[in-house]
Design a protein around this ligand. Structure first.
Ligand code: HPA
Ligand code: ZN
Length: 316
């Protein structure tokens, strides 16, 4: 089944480039820059990847990103991910990057963006993988800081297709970012947002009604609100679900508890994604394989999930 799932053509719509930083590459970049990591070796770092919630993961994720410093680093990071896409027949990807994670430690916005966009261009030319980059705001920071980031990005408007919202969810509802999302949409960008991962269904309502998002990232807590379920089904609003992420961050205790197939069978437009594959134990195929192993996902269901991912692309 793994090989069959791997060969299925699919799109990835929920992937943080910073979350593709494999321990081996982290050590290589640390050496490149003479940085000492607080882990003895790759194995010790992998051992640290055990989380009780989103915040515990984010603390390590932001710390790990510190080795990303030059255009070449961002190129190498993105290229390694694209090679994985090729290996797993991900024919299209719409990755996020978090500019504030880098600009706040003194890395110029252009350094980050140039490295990523050059790799994405090469990915299309040399590997045939299409992409659309999403600029994601960190929701634990202020809306004013998001505005600053957006203004910094505007001169490079052709390099990205949408804005997103990620980082610590609870306590930072979508409503906090209504004005900056209005601004981004007025400039012609699409909007997506993480909502209903750890946060309540009301955050999904806010993402839809206040931020006017065209997709919800995660969204698995929608099942707690029947009226919201009807909205998602009636309007066929895609959810970019990340099964391995959800179990690693304890949104669900075990993969056997995951609700993605229930959502699928109720008619919600769910997709399968890897979120932060270097931290959560697998790329897209591993996520599909886990659904087969733990939930008995059939080939027919896998085909529908893959087709949903192609249908839910922003960039065609
Ligand atoms: N949720 C919120 N923020 C994130 C995530 C996530 O799953 N991954 C990287 N940043
Ligand atoms: Zn995410």
């Amino acid at each position: 089944m793994y090989d069959w799932l791997n060969a299925l053509p699919k799109a990835e719509l929920h992937l943080h480039l910073e979350g593709t930083l494999e321990p081996e590459l982290m050590f290589m970049l640390a050496e490149r820059h003479g940085v000492r990591l607080p882990f003895a070796d790759v194995e010790a770092l992998r051992q640290a990847y055990s989380f009780n919630n989103l915040q515990e993961f984010l603390d390590l994720y932001y710390q790990g990103a510190d080795v990303l410093r030059t255009e070449q680093d961002f190129y190498d990071l993105t290229w390694a991910y694209l090679l994985k896409c090729k290996e797993q027949n991900v024919v299209h990807t719409e990755p996020f990057f978090d500019p504030q994670t880098h600009t706040d430690r003194g890395i110029p916005f252009e350094v980050v963006l140039n490295g990523i966009t050059q790799a994405l261009k090469d990915g299309e030319q040399k590997l045939g993988i299409k992409s659309g980059l999403i600029l994601s705001f960190l929701r634990h920071l202020s809306e004013e800081e998001a505005f600053k980031t957006f203004e910094q990005a505007l001169p490079f408007r052709d390099a990205f297709v949408a804005v997103g919202l990620d980082s610590s969810e609870v306590g930072h509802p979508p409503s906090k970012f209504k004005r900056v999302f209005d601004r981004a949409r007025s400039e012609g960008f699409a909007a997506v947002a993480h909502a209903g991962e750890e946060g309540p269904p009301s955050y999904i309502w806010e993402a839809l009604d206040l931020l006017n998002v065209v997709r919800i990232d995660h969204g698995v807590r929608a099942v707690e609100d029947e009226r919201l379920m009807h909205r998602l089904i009636d309007q066929q609003i895609p959810l970019t679900v990340c099964p391995l992420s959800n179990t690693k961050l304890r949104v669900f205790d075990d993969m056997s508890q995951h609700n993605i197939l229930t959502l699928l069978e109720r008619g919600v437009k769910v997709t399968v994604n890897s979120d932060d594959p270097a931290y959560f134990g697998g790329y897209v195929t591993e996520n599909f394989a886990a659904l087969h192993e733990s939930l008995g996902m059939t080939e027919a269901q896998a085909k529908r999930l893959a087709q949903n991912s192609l249908d839910a692309r922003l960039v065609i």
